[in-house]
Write a protein that binds this ligand. Sequence first.
Ligand code: SF4
Ligand code: SF4
Length: 157
Amino acid sequence: MKISEKWFGKKILCGVGCNYFCCKSPSFRVEFSKDEIGYLSKKYNQSIKSTEYQNGKCGHLNGNGCSFGDDDKPKWCKMFPIVENSNNRLVLSNWSWLHCPKPNDYILDRIEDGKWYYKLKKRHKNKLDQVILNDDIENVIPNFFEREDIQGVLNER
Ligand code: SF4
Ligand code: SF4
């Protein structure tokens, strides 16, 4: 599978500036492999289908986040917002480009006591009004080539 250099160079504030709306979006779906269905349904005693459409919210979401945890959640979710397009190329999903916070959505408000305070330029339900970082937003937020959370998944390609 090929990677889109253009999309992998983008930055999204996953878990830093968002409200995890991918787990709550009506238009999002989750795909589970056969192995994942076998493993997860037994370990977590949950009923799992190969494709699950979210009717307002993923059925595996609980008050603390994904009920499978970061390690066990399906590859589909570990990869997201990276998805495979019809040309077998890994790209950024359209949904995320529209709904997920990006560095350019924020403007530096102040630097105080070694913290960088950024405020959102335009309110959005999936974008936090304020993000507090330890450095310039461009230095702190990695692009998809640099993101540790998807390295393992990419290496399995
Ligand atoms: S894909 Fe978007 S909504 Fe989901 S965790 Fe990342 S930034 Fe948040
Ligand atoms: S399986 Fe977990 S990570 Fe994936 S959409 Fe559902 S709650 Fe979110």
